[in-house]
Design a protein around this ligand. Structure first.
Ligand code: FAD
Ligand code: NAP
Length: 449
């Protein structure tokens, strides 16, 4: 049996492990990634000051060491390779391409300079090659981070950490340099709903109270309508942390993180140079829906918040890939429980599967993909009986095809070489690694121009 997995993030690696563990069949797994480097958001999303979670890559490296696994980095499906070609060379295909676009606020002024979506800001500080040249101008003093999820928390924290807190992490060198001269003093984290509906988790929230030179600030009135006990343990933990923040007097010299609730940006306004100057915020009230959910509704009361940068961190969505059915509404690969389906008729597309955020949308932690990917592999096993009888081209033909197109696939051993170089570079500043952020530079290290 030969399987192609597209995407080397957690979902792709957990799917590979579940396939390679099979003792009833020998499975050859080719894992493609558009980047020369593996691990998806573990490398390009997880915050640099959260090194512990990144140790999960040891689990993935153990999968990569299995004899029938092969990594083909620097190969982008839809650009270097078509779905039709994959179908010719593999018995089954697994899309594990994640969610690489950002969701939009859809308000006037969203495109102006210094309105920077989380995908860009996060990719920039994490050294993702797509965002290494992003224009991040931190010569301003006040930033609005829109959203109340863990990505908003990450972005706010990175803006407020001191260089000393960041230099021993694997933050991209260009980001560290810009942050060293940052003039940001105040960050406003804006939730459209209330504290009880916030999506961030309590461990991440608590960390905001333990920054070296920045303190959270929350007006007690923001918590006035919150219940003492909500019946949800994690929400209660969040409220406890927020109450502790509200009771704490921030240090006079500290930078400030203002936590605001029940406000939605309605317009981003530029100064004469075309940069963000302020954001219009509408006050919201909560409205219970018949299905039990609680929505934010604007009440028409507008305030102006003077900020020099707006950073929407309101969720991600899947990119479209030519030849792969796309669910416009959910902004994911069209699927039924991990089986890819035609977006219109919902008829199953034989032998094609989807895992991770490309399957479910942008919710969930790294560890949760283990069970979820194994579940989809369960479908692959039950659907795939007898498929291996179909003769395929030799396993190396796909590499020859790519090379013929001028594409240089990067193997897992090549990646290990890059890894060694990054780790050695990082050691110079006492960091776990100093990332190479440019694909051409990575290929040059590997002797492939
Ligand atoms: C900013 C941020 C911080 C996070 N921090 C944490 C955290 O601290 N702890 C935690 O548990 N979870 C965290 N998460 C969540 C976690 O990262 C996700 O649950 C997980 O990475 C999703 O896995 P995935 O494999 O579906 O997608 P991804 O990790 O995004 O992997 C997708 C892979 O597909 C590749 N790809 C995309 N398109 C193509 C193509 N056309 N051809 C070839 N390859 C392609 C990409 O290069 C990428 O390597 C964070 C998420 C974000 C956004
Ligand atoms: N350290 C970690 O463990 C870590 C770090 C980063 C990310 N992650 C995980 O990665 C996943 C994605 O995180 P995320 O923060 O991108 O998404 P998220 O948890 O879904 O949070 C998105 C936030 O944006 C808000 N929002 C959405 N549309 C909006 C709009 N139009 N206007 C204003 N606000 C809007 C949402 O508010 P509503 O609730 O009102 O919709 C919510 O507060 C989550 O599962 C998260 O836990 C984990």
């Amino acid at each position: 049996m030969r399987v192609a997995i597209i995407g080397s993030g957690p979902a792709g690696f957990y799917a590979a492990e579940a396939l390679l563990r099979r003792d009833d069949a020998v499975v050859d797994v080719d894992m493609f990634d558009r980047l020369p480097t593996p691990y998806g958001l573990v490398r390009g999303g997880v915050a640099p000051d959260h090194q512990k979670i990144k140790t999960v890559i040891r689990v993935f490296a153990a999968t990569a060491a299995r004899p029938t696994f092969r990594f083909l980095g620097n190969v982008c499906l839809g650009r270097d390779l078509t779905v039709e070609e994959l179908r010719r060379h593999y018995h089954q295909i697994v899309y594990a391409t994640g969610n690489e676009s950002d969701r939009r606020l859809g308000i006037p002024g969203e495109g102006i300079a210094r309105c920077t979506p989380a995908t860009v800001f996060v990719g920039w500080y994490n050294g993702h090659p797509d965002y290494r040249n992003a224009k991040i101008d931190l010569s301003i003093e006040r930033v609005a981070v829109v959203g109340n999820g863990n990505v908003a928390v990450d972005a706010a924290r990175i803006l407020l950490r001191t260089p000393a807190e960041l230099e021993k992490t694997d933050i991209a060198a260009h980001a560290l340099q810009t942050l060293r001269s940052s003039r940001v003093r105040e960050v406003f984290m804006l939730g459209r709903r209330g504290p009880e509906q916030a999506a961030f988790s309590s461990a991440e929230l608590k960390e905001l109270g333990a920054m070296e030179a920045a303190d959270p600030v929350i007006a007690p009135g923001e918590l006035a309508d919150c219940a003492q006990s909500t019946g949800n343990a994690e929400t209660d933990r969040n409220l406890k942390v927020l109450r502790a923040f509200a009771a704490h007097v921030p240090r006079a010299q500290a930078k400030k993180l203002h936590l605001r609730f029940l406000v939605s940006p309605t317009q981003i306004i530029a100064d004469a140079d075309g940069n963000v100057a302020r954001v219009a915020l509408e006050r919201n009230r909560l409205e219970a829906r018949p299905d039990g959910t609680v929505a934010a509704r604007g009440i028409g009361r507008i305030e102006m918040l003077e900020v020099g940068m707006v950073l929407p961190a309101i969720g991600y969505s899947a990119e479209r890939i030519t030849g792969v059915p796309y669910d416009e509404k959910a902004r994911i690969i069209a699927n039924e429980d991990g089986r890819v389906v035609d977006a219109a008729s919902r008829a199953a597309i034989a032998n094609e599967y989807v895992v991770g955020w490309a399957r479910s949308g942008p919710q969930g932690l790294i560890g949760e993909h283990k069970r979820a990917s194994a579940h989809v592999v369960g479908h692959m096993i039950s659907d795939g009986a007898g498929l291996e009888a179909r003769a395929l081209p030799d396993r190396d033909v796909i590499v020859k095809l790519l090379r013929g197109r001028g594409v240089q696939p990067v193997s897992f051993n090549d990646w290990k070489q890059l890894d060694d170089v990054e780790v050695a570079r990082g050691a110079r500043r006492g960091a776990p690694r100093d990332k190479i952020v440019d694909v051409a530079a990575m290929l040059a290290v590997l002797g492939q121009e």
